[in-house]
Design a protein around this ligand. Structure first.
Ligand SMILES: [Zn+2]
Ligand SMILES: [Zn+2]
Length: 494
């Protein structure tokens, strides 16, 4: 028997129900509806607006593809975000079904009603609710609408406005009506797997079919093999990207892509191919970075920077000593495996960026092989903001760590400290623990296995696990004694 849905009962305010009862009734109604796909799809025509979100959530969690597709088709709000709902790799089916529900220009029939959904947001974003609160009653743009692409709803509206102001109407050159433009927000990871390829092909065919009325807006893009994804990159507007990660690529290829972006917030380029400093491409890279005024996070690894950090931080060229390449308010700087020297740390410690840094990763650079003072200055200048510090495998010794303790103790915002793979002894490690327990924000410390646990320092096979277990037990007891059970001390492999 088909479950009967009664919007009159659920939508009525005659019943004085507390929130818990209402929640239970809504859950029961949703459960009942979802148990029969056909009945649920049929009921959507009568469903009050207020019940769309309560039904959408269990439909998404329960992977009801057909119902989701039908809901997108008649969604009564201008935006739909999956927000906090989790998406795994195998969920491409769900995402495709929802995209299929979009009423695009070419798919519209001649009916007089127009679909209201103007923005479908398939990004996992804990800051987003399913619909934007101010949009519940009025129809206008969603606050997450694309602000940069020429194909976005906002830009289309502007273009139409200027056409109207100029007082003529050339239907050949007029862009689509803003009411016909739909934005599809997706985060993409071009990882080369078969299922990802299928999803990308699906997206490309949708964009082609839409005759320009679908704006595919990718804000977070990860590319594993830049050469293999040229065709997909042509479908994306680089101006929309704010987070870009390009894995294992030549600097010149990254330069080409970065030059087309305009509003990057985060640029990650791990495992740069051709690690040695290459003058022309590096200079082009610096010039490109200098134009990214919104950049807050930069990660470069395996780029040979030895003694040249100054060029990255301060000047775009010798004739232009005054202009900063990186914005002074940069929050994240990750430079592992970049052959940094003590001179580079000196430059960083004196830079205007030092006092704003929240995350710093200088791992796998021999920055303590000469002097520790530059790093000490850097810590002191960053102490008001630094939350995450990684200095793994930096030739950090007992004496250097002891000298750095006062500066480290002043980093009151520090939450994560990682200094694994450094030759530290147990007495210095316990001394460090006593100092760091006063930092209330510090919750996770990744420490090096003390040297006495190895028969031969840092040779994995020579690790004495019994000795390591004793170290772990001793540190745990010390944390309990000072009531810092909330602090997690682990070794890198734990
Ligand atoms: Zn919205
Ligand atoms: Zn966009």
């Amino acid at each position: 028997m088909v479950p009967k849905f009664s919007p009159t009962l659920l939508g009525s305010s005659r019943f004085k129900m507390d929130q818990k009862t209402t929640g239970t009734l809504l859950e029961l109604a949703a459960k009942s509806l979802l148990s029969n796909e056909l009945a649920a799809i049929h009921a959507l025509d009568e469903l009050p607006r207020a019940l769309f979100v309560p039904l959408f959530i269990p439909a998404f969690v329960g992977r009801h593809k057909e119902i989701l597709k039908a809901m997108v088709r008649v969604w009564p709000f201008c935006c739909l975000h999956i927000g906090t709902l989790s998406v795994q790799g195998s969920d491409y089916d769900i995402l495709e079904a929802m995209i299929d529900g979009l009423q695009l220009l070419s798919a519209q029939n001649s009916s007089s009603w127009g679909p209201k959904l103007r923005l479908l947001d398939l990004r996992h974003d804990p800051k987003c609710s399913i619909i934007c609160s101010e949009m519940k009653t009025t129809f206008s743009s969603c606050s997450w609408s694309c602000a940069y692409s020429q194909n976005s709803t906002l830009r289309t509206e502007e273009a139409q406005h200027s056409v109207r102001c100029r007082g003529f109407d050339n239907s050949e050159s007029e862009p689509h009506s803003a009411l016909e433009t739909v934005e599809l927000l997706v985060d993409l990871s071009l990882d080369g797997t078969l299922r990802t390829q299928q999803f990308l092909s699906f997206l490309q065919s949708k964009v082609r079919q839409s005759s320009g009325s679908l704006h595919l807006c990718c804000r977070d893009l990860v590319i594993d093999n830049i050469s293999a994804h040229r065709s997909m990159l042509q479908f994306l507007d680089p101006r929309c990207i704010d987070h870009l990660q390009v894995n294992q690529a030549y600097l010149r290829k990254v330069n080409h892509l970065v030059a087309q972006t305009a509003h990057l917030y985060s640029l990650r380029h791990p495992n740069i191919i051709f690690t040695y400093f290459v003058g022309r491409h590096f200079q082009t890279f610096l010039n490109g970075l200098g134009k990214l005024n919104s950049l807050q996070e930069l990660e470069l690894s395996a780029l040979f920077l030895g003694d040249r950090l100054q060029r990255l931080l301060r000047c775009a060229g010798l004739r232009n000593l005054g202009s900063l390449v990186l914005p002074p308010q940069l929050k994240t700087l990750n430079l592992p495996f970049c052959s940094l020297s003590s001179i580079d740390v000196t430059i960083l410690s004196q830079s205007s960026q030092a006092t704003h840094l929240r995350q710093l990763n200088l791992s796998h650079n021999q920055i303590f092989s000469e002097a520790y003072e530059p790093f000490q200055t850097l810590l002191e200048r960053a102490s008001g903001t630094l939350q995450h510090l990684e200095i793994n495998n930096c030739l950090l010794s007992d004496s250097t760590l002891s000298a750095l303790l006062p500066a480290l103790s002043h980093c009151s915002c520090l939450r994560v400290l990682s200094f694994a793979f450094n030759p530290i002894t147990m007495p210095v490690l316990t001394r460090l623990l006593r100092h760091l327990t006063s930092l209330r924000e510090l919750k996770h410390v990744i420490y090096p296995i003390p040297v006495h646990c190895y028969r031969q320092w840092d040779v994995r096979d020579s690790l004495d696990r019994r000795q390591l277990a004793e170290v772990q037990a001793q540190l745990k007891a010390m944390l309990q004694a000072v009531e810092r059970d909330d602090m997690l001390w682990t070794t890198h492999s734990a």
